[in-house]
Design a protein around this ligand. Structure first.
Ligand SMILES: [Fe+2]
Length: 293
């Protein structure tokens, strides 16, 4: 049997070029896949979701009709794609799914997800230690905001391609195990999470999966003090703030969601309707597993 391609090895240029050609030949975004029964999607729906996640690192789905209680539906759907090791979260309820809506989290720190403020480019769990990285993520809209609350998505494979095409040395810099540090999280003088140090891009031991750990926030990321790393970080930020055709703008409607290998994403600020029963409600699940067939 032929050896698998090693497109993420900075020294395997032929493998990279072959993979890159195929990747860029696909249209920039997948279409929504309608699912009638989230806990038992039919084989063709399952196949399309898996194929889109393999091609784009994300798939877009729409529950028809949207379930009254999305939590079992989302967990059921995830289970079909190997998503079982859910990440414990400070604010998660028992099901392991986090409801994201404007609320008082009762902590000193102001957690932006639970406000209506914008969130810049990041991958989820970038502050987790390297043994607990988030490889799979689902985001689902139960009720959209009255105004705003638009997500942008970018497959991290595309970010890798754009940087490697400009300077393969940037990829090497961003693969360094000390590329960036997240300082410790301290609340009320108590350290609730130690500092984490790690790479931006990392590759699975078999060379076939690329993982990305990233936050565009300047305040809580300490980049390695090295010219190549700083150049690479600046180029990455410029890419994400630009108008690359592979950046998807997405205002999810009720019943719509994203199944992903924790791709890069943002959220714009939003305004809720005056009636509290109509406020924006999203669900998010983070997994240590990637999406698999
Ligand atoms: Fe996120």
């Amino acid at each position: 049997m032929a050896e698998p391609l090693r497109p993420f090895d900075p020294d395997a240029d032929a493998d990279y070029q072959a993979w890159r050609r195929r990747k860029l030949a696909d249209p920039p975004q997948p279409a929504f896949i309608e699912i009638e029964d989230p806990e038992a999607p039919d084989p063709s729906q399952r196949e399309r979701l898996a194929r889109d996640c393999a091609r784009y690192n994300f798939a877009l789905f729409r529950f028809t009709p949207p379930p009254a209680d999305p939590q079992p539906a989302l967990k059921g759907l995830g289970a079909h794609f190997g998503l079982s090791h859910i990440d414990a979260n400070l604010c998660a309820k028992d099901s392991g799914l986090t409801e994201i809506t404007v609320k008082d989290t009762g902590t000193d720190n102001h957690y932006i997800p639970y406000t209506n403020r914008p969130i810049g480019w990041h991958t989820d769990g970038y502050y987790n230690d390297m043994a607990h990285q988030i490889h799979g993520m689902m985001l689902y809209c139960h009720q959209p905001a009255h105004e705003g609350g638009v997500n942008q998505l970018m497959d991290h494979h595309i970010a890798y391609i754009r940087l490697r095409d400009q300077n393969p040395g940037w990829i090497r810099a961003l693969m360094a195990p000390d590329a960036f540090t997240i300082p410790p999280n301290i609340e009320g003088g108590v350290e609730i999470r130690p500092a984490t140090v790690g790479p931006v891009f990392s590759v699975s031991p078999d060379g076939t999966r690329l993982h990305m750990r990233y936050s565009a926030r300047q305040r809580n990321v300490i980049w390695k003090d090295d010219p190549l790393t700083r150049e690479a970080a600046a180029a990455l930020l410029e890419l994400l703030n630009g108008d690359d055709p592979f950046i998807l703008q997405l205002k999810l409607a009720a019943g719509e969601g994203v199944l992903s290998n924790n791709v890069l994403h943002t959220r714009s600020g939003f305004t809720d309707a005056p009636d509290p029963a109509l406020k924006r409600v999203m669900f998010r699940a983070r997994y240590h597993d990637p999406v698999t067939r």
